[in-house]
Design a binder for this molecule. Structure first.
Ligand SMILES: Cc1ncc(COP(=O)(O)O)c(C=O)c1O
Length: 403
């Protein structure tokens, strides 16, 4: 018996779970097996649960803030996992990465400034640009034989073209590791990107919420770590904002806590000013969850990563043997699987979605949710007991056979 059990079939219905209890509303079918939104179907680390129970026992839940013990937990975690040394003053605690990205654009952009993203990508990036009345530049990733890459030539061309048109290309929202394509960017790719952004003087908003979720043997490189090495990026670092959280890693996304790292004192002050009045205080549960996860969750995380890799390998083998028309994109991290469904024979995304929701009865994220570049793809969340994953895949297989 393993110390941590990721195979237990937890019942999440009637728990106000967005993943399970909104099936009728989202998929128009309450019987779908939900393999969509990025949270996991298992309990958080036992130490985290225990600390939350203990805090609940106190019975007082007033306004809270991240004290030194939370800051130290974050600094130690970044040191231990990524060999990344930052100062505690650089930390700002937020209620989530999505609001933090929105506040950052609010801080640095004026109306009509251009902001770059790399579709197919997490939909709230598109929305953050729109919310701030900015223009979108889409530097699409390229699927090269089932493995995605950045197209930096296209990026440079688009920046130059936009500038020639008089646009102010202000920022890029970067996803690292990348949701949904599962890339954990390599140091050499990151350095090329950083040099280009530095040359063009463009702010970098680096969403690293999935940084702990990498498969064995793969290493996540926080952009900040590369920027802090040597003198090359000393000035450019002042234009870089990183976002991290324990939320995906430890399945505590509902506790709404993340942290934003900003080295520049001026930018930090401007960011805090942009947040002022929006009621962005943290919940005591979120702060305690984060602190305990980082102080006591390492062993659980290692076990989880091993289980996730097992699920990824299972999915890969299942598709190759049973549904070869569906192609799994090679992933190095996140617990999300990006599936190329273009060979299933559907003419439109609407047909593909209808098939998954009503015929196969599985709830996946349609690729189009990640932009037009996601057309004819589906995203599947692997963070569930293998038995549940197998059930979902068997449903798809049977439905494909009946096509
Ligand atoms: C890349 C990325 N950023 C941000 C989030 C959500 O962050 P939060 O819940 O902290 O706002 C997700 C959730 O799936 C994500 O995949």
């Amino acid at each position: 018996m393993e110390k941590f059990d990721f195979s237990k079939l937890e019942n999440r219905t009637n728990t106000m779970s967005a993943k399970w209890d909104k099936r009728k509303e989202i998929f128009n079918n309450e019987n779908v097996l939900p393999l969509w939104v990025a949270d996991s179907d298992w309990q958080t680390a036992p130490a985290v649960k225990e600390s939350l129970l203990k805090r609940a026992e106190e019975g007082i839940f007033g306004y809270s803030f991240a004290d030194q013990s939370v800051e130290e937990a974050v600094l130690n975690w970044l040191q231990k996992r990524f060999n990344l040394e930052i100062k505690k003053d650089w930390l700002i605690f937020d209620t989530g990465v999505v609001p933090a990205i929105n506040f950052t654009l609010k801080t640095i952009c004026k109306e009509d400034d251009a902001v770059i993203i790399q579709p197919p990508v997490y939909r709230p990036f598109f929305l953050a640009v729109k919310n701030n009345n900015c223009q979108l530049i889409k530097n699409e990733l390229i699927n090269k034989d089932g493995y995605y890459q950045m197209d930096l030539n296209d990026l440079e061309n688009q920046i130059e073209t936009a500038k020639a048109q008089g646009k102010n290309v202000r920022a890029m929202i970067f996803c690292s590791p990348h949701n949904p394509v599962g890339r954990v960017w390599e140091k050499s790719e990151l350095l090329k990107l950083l040099r280009l952004l530095k040359k063009e003087d463009i702010y970098l908003l680096s969403d690293e919420i999935h940084s702990d979720l990498v498969y064995p043997g793969i290493k996540h490189q926080p952009v900040l770590k590369l920027l802090l090495a040597g003198e090359e990026f000393k000035e450019y670092r002042q234009k870089v904002i990183s976002y991290m959280a324990a939320s995906k890693t430890f399945n505590i996304a509902g506790l709404h806590t993340s942290y934003t790292i900003i080295e520049s004192k001026e930018l930090r002050a401007a960011y805090n000013a942009a947040k002022d009045g929006f009621g962005t205080g943290n919940s005591p549960f979120g702060l305690i969850g984060l602190k305990t996860a980082y102080n006591k969750g390492e062993e659980w995380l290692q076990a989880q990563l091993k289980y996730l890799k097992g699920n990824y390998d299972f999915l890969k083998e299942f598709l190759a043997a049973e549904i070869p028309q569906m192609k799994l994109i090679k992933a190095e991290g996140t617990y999300l699987a990006w599936l190329d469904c273009s060979q299933l024979g559907f003419e439109t995304d609407a047909e593909l979605i209808e098939f998954m929701n009503q015929k196969a009865e599985v709830g996946l994220n349609p690729g189009r949710w990640f932009g037009d570049a996601g057309s004819m793809y589906m995203r599947l969340n692997l963070a569930c007991p293998r038995q549940r994953l197998e059930k979902g895949l068997t449903r798809i297989k049977n439905a494909v056979e009946n096509l």
